[in-house]
Design a protein around this ligand. Structure first.
Ligand SMILES: Cc1cc2nc3c(=O)[nH]c(=O)nc-3n(C[C@H](O)[C@H](O)[C@H](O)COP(=O)(O)OP(=O)(O)OC[C@H]3O[C@@H](n4cnc5c(N)ncnc54)[C@H](O)[C@@H]3O)c2cc1C
Length: 532
């Protein structure tokens, strides 16, 4: 690695911000983040850390004038590898390159460079430790998002465990010598989108999970909030896991079966998926759509889990013997998935539906303006009591009604697409509701009006969720987009002073961290966090 990099001669990064504005940034790919960051900061280049680029790049509204005080902006991206390189177990975290993994099997620890995906890290664990060993970071972009990017966003998957719950240490590069953050200091980077520095590597505690996986799909009617809440409250014990010592075997409160996700797929997302998918996922998705029709349902609750039992025995163990239902939901139209290939198809459907909604939101159709899209992201940890879950589901049902009403009002001017997907597990309920607006060229004013109406409805939703949490002892923990979600929640609440106490403290700590961070990183942070 050369110690002198001519940043102005690097290729363009070809990145856009959330609004689609092109960023005037150079791209530097490196295996040694600390060295490259130090060089960039020394030469007064602003740094925009880049990972797998699977999120909108940092909820960032690019303003060329804010970057004008720097020599330029460089997007530093970790070097990747097709297969992770295995380094010696004792390799210090600060010496690990971006494409390397080091496993300390006896201690239950795995260190990973910022440029790897968690699928790659788990593949190394399978080889070095065994097939059931894994890092419990399970976001659905597990094969494309990078370790650095996931820690920087605080991303969570169906298990709803934020990275910090299993993080042992993070190596942060912010211009000087790399720093190792542990314990509470991990909050200086988790969910901070790289506003306080760039993550070079992270060390996780790994665990062993039960050997086989299963999937179970239950059609439900979203407007029947009592039934859905009854189902979720009933399933809660199976979703609660106790983390053992690192390297140990995870066990759920529900015994040998652990539910590692209860995910929502709306019927409209499924229909759009069927239009675009290919077999075998397409025909399997058609089968699920038929189940929806037979059950008179507009949503699918997709349960996934680990168990030592067969899918039939899992079903029996989840069944309430008195009612012969799963928490009040009949299993007649349920569909089970067990083997490796079946689970792959199931995942392709469960993850394909939201992915398509995200893609449609980005693609400009001929004769139309660039679509505008916004998704909800409020993660809530629910108590066992189903009335708490009802209050949350009602808020989302109201939001859907409002958006459908808006769609009717705007017929002919703006097309409104609503797609619901994401997390229903009481361990973290966060059913994303994505609204995408399409308007014909020349329809700028109509699009802007519709955009304001959606934003106002979204603020009402967030407000209702905060109120529901307050009344029913549930906890709003932020969102899986980290601090940007926290900022959005604060804005909807009417300012950080109106946040629940725990979020208020997080907000304050995030601001303190941003305010002492080098300007080369903090320039992208929202104004509230820069103390402006
Ligand atoms: C199909 C699909 C499924 C998804 N599923 C989920 C899901 O289940 N849960 C979820 O939470 N999200 C999900 N996402 C969103 C996205 O994958 C996550 O936000 C992910 O954590 C982003 O990782 P990345 O490496 O792609 O980061 P990027 O998109 O490259 O960057 C994200 C942010 O982190 C910063 N950053 C990147 N790397 C670093 C670093 N090394 N150090 C410091 N800052 C850095 C960037 O500047 C940017 O602000 C999904 C996205 C897709 C496309």
């Amino acid at each position: 690695m050369p110690t002198s990099i001519d940043f102005s001669n690097l290729p363009p990064a070809e990145l856009t911000d959330d609004g689609g504005k092109v960023l005037a940034a150079r791209l530097c790919v490196t295996a040694d983040i600390a060295l490259t960051v130090a060089e960039a900061v020394r030469r007064n280049w602003a740094v925009m850390p880049a990972g797998g680029l699977t999120s909108a790049i940092g909820s960032y509204d690019y303003a060329a004038d804010e970057a004008a005080v720097f020599a330029g902006v460089v997007a530093i991206r970790p070097k990747t590898a097709v297969v992770a390189e295995v380094a010696a177990p004792e390799t210090p975290l600060e010496a690990l390159l971006t494409h390397q993994v080091a496993v300390q099997a006896g201690q239950g620890l795995v260190s990973a460079g910022a440029g790897l995906t968690f699928s790659q890290v788990n593949a190394v664990l399978t080889e070095v430790v065994g097939p059931t060993a894994r890092v419990l970071v399970d976001l659905t972009s597990i094969g494309s998002a990078f370790v650095g990017g996931v820690v920087a966003t605080g991303g969570m998957g169906p298990l709803r465990l934020p990275p910090s719950l299993t993080l042992d240490a993070v190596c942060l590069a912010d211009g000087g010598a790399p720093r190792i953050l542990t314990g509470e200091d991990i909050a200086l980077v988790e969910g901070m989108q790289g506003w306080t520095g760039m993550i070079a590597a992270a060390r996780f505690r790994f665990y062993n999970v039960p050997a086989s996986e299963f999937g179970l799909v239950l059609p439900v009617q979203g407007s029947d909030v009592d039934t859905v809440a009854g189902l979720l409250a009933y399933l809660r014990p199976w979703t609660r896991i106790t983390l053992p010592a690192p390297g140990g075997r995870i066990i759920g409160e529900g015994g040998e079966t652990v539910l590692n996700g209860i995910e929502l797929v709306s019927r409209n997302s499924l229909e759009t998926f069927i239009e675009h998918a290919e077999d075998p996922a397409r025909s399997k998705a058609q089968g699920l759509l038929q189940s929806c029709e037979y059950a008179g349902a507009d949503m699918l609750a997709c349960l996934t889990g680990w168990s030592e039992l067969s899918i039939d025995d899992v079903l029996m163990s989840l069944l309430d013997p008195e009612t012969e239902t799963i928490g009040g939901v009949g299993i007649d139209f349920g569909v089970g998935f067990s083997s490796g290939t079946e689970m792959e198809i199931f995942r392709a459907i469960r993850e394909g539906a939201p992915d398509l909604a995200r893609t449609r939101a980005r693609v400009v159709q001929p004769g139309k303006l660039k679509p505008w899209s916004a998704s909800t992201d409020v993660n809530m940890v629910m108590p066992g009591d189903s009335s708490a879950i009802v209050a949350v589901l009602e808020a989302y049902a109201d939001y859907r009604i409002a958006i459908r009403g808006l769609a009717k009002e705007l017929v002919g001017a703006v097309e409104v697409e609503l797609s619901a997907y994401g997390h229903l597990s009481p361990a973290g309920i966060d059913p994303h509701h994505r609204v995408t607006l399409f308007a014909a060229e020349g329809g700028e004013a109509a699009l802007a009006g519709a955009r304001q109406a959606v934003a106002a409805n979204k603020r009402t939703l967030i407000h209702d969720l905060l109120f529901a949490a307050q009344r029913h002892n549930s906890v709003v923990t932020g969102g899986e987009k980290g601090v940007p979600s926290l900022v959005e929640i604060a804005r909807a609440a009417g300012g950080e002073g109106r946040l629940p106490d725990a979020l208020k403290i997080r907000f304050r700590k995030a601001r303190e961290a941003v305010m002492v961070a080098p300007a080369a990183f903090s320039f992208r942070a929202p104004r509230e966090l820069r103390g402006e």
